[in-house]
Design a protein around this ligand. Structure first.
Ligand SMILES: [Fe+2]
Length: 293
C-alpha cells in the first residue's frame, strides 16, 4: 500500500510502497494527487524505470507536454520529444563541450523558474527521474510559493492581487547573456500572460506564480514591474521556504508547478548528469483558470 512520510517541515512527502514499473490503480493515483495537493512535492526513491515506464506513469495524471527545443539543423535530440533532457549529454550520450549551445541554453535552468511558464497553458506537474548524477553538487532547490504568498504583508498582497506577468523563454536566457535564437524560435515562443497570484484548485491555497521568464507586469512601467518581480522572487526564495534535494540514482521527483518554483545547482560539468523530465500539462490557460475561479 502506498504511504507518505513528511521529510521536510514544509512541503516534501516521501513515498513508499510503490514500484513505478507496475501499473498504478485509480485509488493509488487519487492518493498521489491528494498528497501532492497537500505537500507540493513527492519523492520516490530507488525506482528502476525506463523511459516508457516513466511516460506510462506520468500520463496517468493528464496530457504530457513536449520539449521546448525547436529542431535545428544538425541537432538530433537524445530522447523522445515528450522528454526535456535535463542532462549534459549529446545524442551519443557523450558529455557536451563547454561551448555547446545546448549546454548554455540549459544553464537557464539555474535561475528560479516553474516549468513551461513561458506557455499560455503551462505544466501542472513535472516528473524528473535520475539516471546518473555527479559525485557532488547538481542538487535541485525548491521554493514553496504558497508559504511565500501567505507570508507577504497585507499591503503587498493587495498590490499583487490582480496583476498579470508576461513570461518569455527568450528573456530568461537574455538575462544570462544567451541570445542565440533563430527567428522561428522567437515565433514559436511569444510572451505568455499569467496571473501573479494563483489559487490552487486542489487545496484552495493561493500562491505566487513566478519564474525567470517573467519580464514585465501588464499595465506597469517595465522597470517598476521588473523590480517588483525581483522583490517577490527574493522574498519567495528565502531559506525558510526552500528545500534542497540531493539526487541519488533512482530518485523520481514529482512536483506541482502551481505550488513550487525550482532551480538547478552547480556541478562539475565534465561529470555525467542524466536527468529526464516529463511534464503533465494543464488543460486550460492560467488566465482562463483565473476567470472561472
Ligand atoms: Fe525546471
Amino acid at each position: 500500500m502506498v504511504e507518505f512520510k513528511q521529510v521536510h517541515s514544509l512541503f516534501v512527502g516521501e513515498v513508499s510502497g510503490i514500484d513505478l514499473r507496475d501499473p498504478v490503480d485509480a485509488e493509488t493515483q487519487a492518493a498521489l494527487v491528494s498528497a501532492l495537493d497537500t505537500y507540493g512535492m513527492l519523492v520516490f526513491h530507488d525506482q528502476k524505470i525506463d523511459d516508457e515506464q516513466q511516460m506510462a506513469f506520468s500520463a496517468r495524471f493528464g496530457p504530457l507536454g513536449q520539449t521546448a527545443i525547436v529542431k535545428r539543423k544538425g541537432y538530433t535530440p537524445r530522447l523522445n520529444p515528450h522528454f526535456t533532457d535535463i542532462s549534459n549529454l549529446d545524442e551519443n550520450s557523450e558529455v557536451l563541450a563547454l561551448n555547446d549551445r545546448r549546454r548554455m541554453m540549459a544553464l537557464g535552468n539555474r535561475l528560479w523558474h516553474t516549468d513551461h511558464a513561458f506557455r499560455p497553458i503551462p505544466s501542472k506537474y513535472s516528473l524528473l527521474f535520475a539516471h546518473a548524477v555527479p559525485s557532488e553538487g547538481g542538487e535541485t532547490e525548491f521554493a514553496d510559493m504558497r508559504a511565500a504568498y501567505d507570508a507577504l504583508p497585507d499591503a503587498r498582497k493587495a498590490q499583487v492581487a490582480d496583476k498579470v506577468a508576461m513570461h518569455s523563454l527568450m528573456y530568461s536566457r537574455e538575462v544570462i547573456g544567451f541570445t542565440d535564437f533563430a527567428p522561428e524560435e522567437h515565433a514559436a515562443f511569444p510572451p505568455a500572460p499569467h496571473p501573479l497570484v494563483r489559487t490552487h484548485s486542489g487545496s484552495g491555497r493561493k500562491s505566487l506564480y513566478l519564474a525567470a521568464y517573467a519580464s514585465e507586469i501588464r499595465d506597469m512601467p517595465v522597470p517598476d514591474g521588473r523590480i517588483l518581480l525581483r522583490d517577490l522572487t527574493e522574498h519567495a526564495t528565502q531559506r525558510q521556504f526552500v528545500y534542497t534535494h540531493n539526487w541519488r540514482v533512482g530518485d523520481l521527483l514529482m512536483w506541482d508547478n502551481r505550488s513550487l518554483m525550482h532551480r538547478a545547482g552547480d556541478y562539475d560539468m565534465t561529470q555525467r548528469r542524466d536527468l529526464r523530465r516529463l511534464t503533465v500539462m494543464q488543460e486550460i490557460s492560467t488566465m482562463d483558470e483565473a476567470r472561472v475561479a
